[in-house]
Design a protein around this ligand. Structure first.
Ligand SMILES: [Ca+2]
Length: 113
């Protein structure tokens, strides 16, 4: 007896013996994959450091440097060697703008007793 197994657009003709072996093989794979694995290890923590940045190439008028990275040694501190990315928040120098014009007078509240 010959069986036709069709998967998607492919069709194969299998003998009863081949089909029986394939069924046993699939059953064994299913039995092996039904066990849950153990818990994984905890993931690493990302940390940031915010450090005063002096005036220079990164910020003409100074500012702050924000370092971020993974706490590889899990000590709760982002060590210099663990900083993967540095970003800068720079100050802008300049003078204050001109004062605005006065606003309109407010309404008067009255209380009668
Ligand atoms: Ca660390």
């Amino acid at each position: 007896m010959v069986f036709t197994v069709k998967t998607g657009s492919c069709a194969s003709k299998l003998s009863f013996r081949q089909l029986a072996l394939m069924t046993v093989f699939i059953g064994l794979l299913s039995a092996c994959s039904s066990n849950d694995g153990g818990d994984g290890t905890n993931g690493s923590v990302s940390l940031i450091n915010i450090i005063e940045e002096p005036a220079g190439d990164n910020c003409a008028d100074g500012g702050q440097r924000v370092d971020s990275g993974i706490d590889d040694n899990a000590d709760g501190i982002l060590d210099t060697s663990e900083a993967d990315v540095s970003s800068y928040i720079c100050r802008r120098s300049g003078s204050d703008g001109a004062n605005g014009s006065d606003g309109t007078n407010g309404s008067v509240s009255l209380i009668s007793a």
